[in-house]
Design a protein around this ligand. Structure first.
Ligand SMILES: [Fe+2]
Length: 240
């Protein structure tokens, strides 16, 4: 399995604090069956500001460490871009996931739908594909979709019949129609973020809406808590 979202690089953001933590996380991922991991530190203006060149250098360095330790894990570069008002300038020098054209993005909880859609469209116009991180955890999508068309339909498909009144074209439906792909978190399936997030993740997975999955791991303790259970569920939904 491939991990498309992981805070594995040491000392880059709120993920692995140091090399020991990175190695511990890498060992857990390999033991669970991961063969490839995308290292995706946060890119948030004023909080975590690293250039693509710095990420590439750190990935190369950590890959060398893994090889030295005999840990068989292939690393790929990436970033998790925060879609706020400062995001557009990142498109001057974007860092897609590995060899793909996908750009991993997350929505700020305080963002408004117009800004979110505008940022997503900028990515598409750049010839890249927005990969929306953990939509099941996104409060904006959840609130926008409280009466939304897609959630209502997905709930019926999945047998979850607590559908609310249906609205016209939910935010999730609209961005997916505009070419946005979805990345689910393994921890969501394991209940790491609570029962509501788990239920939304299962609804999306049963409807085949996820393009790929990621650990979104930040430290070895939490990772160990959800990895096996999360991968088991995700693999049951992965089309081979
Ligand atoms: Fe993340």
């Amino acid at each position: 399995m491939i991990d498309y979202h992981c805070h594995l690089l040491p000392g880059f953001d709120d993920g692995a604090a140091d090399l020991d933590e990175s190695l511990a996380m890498a060992r857990l991922l390999v033991a669970a069956g991961m063969v490839e991991v995308h290292c995706t530190p946060h890119c948030i203006h004023g909080v975590y500001q690293h250039s693509p060149a710095q990420v590439l250098a750190a990935v190369t360095s950590l890959q060398t460490e893994l090889e030295g330790q005999g840990i068989p894990l292939r690393l790929r570069p990436g970033m998790e871009y925060y879609l706020d008002e400062f995001f557009p300038r990142q498109l001057d020098d974007p860092l897609p996931l590995g060899e793909t054209r996908m750009l991993l993005v997350e929505a700020p909880s305080q963002s408004d739908p117009q800004r979110l859609r505008a940022n997503l469209l900028l990515i598409s116009r750049k010839g890249l594909i927005p990969l929306f991180a953990h939509p099941e955890r996104c409060r904006l999508l959840d609130e926008e979709d409280a009466g939304g068309e897609l959630w209502g339909r997905l709930r019926q498909i999945s047998g979850w019949h607590r559908a609310k009144s249906r609205g016209e074209g939910s935010l999730l439906t609209r961005i997916m129609n505009e070419g946005v792909l979805l990345q689910g978190n393994l921890g969501s399936f394991a209940g790491h973020y609570g029962a509501g997030v788990r239920q939304r993740a299962l609804v999306l997975a049963r409807a085949g809406r996820y393009h790929c999955f990621g650990s979104d791991a930040h430290n070895p303790v939490a990772l160990q808590g959800f990895l096996a259970a999360g991968m088991q569920v995700a693999q049951s939904f992965t089309r081979q």
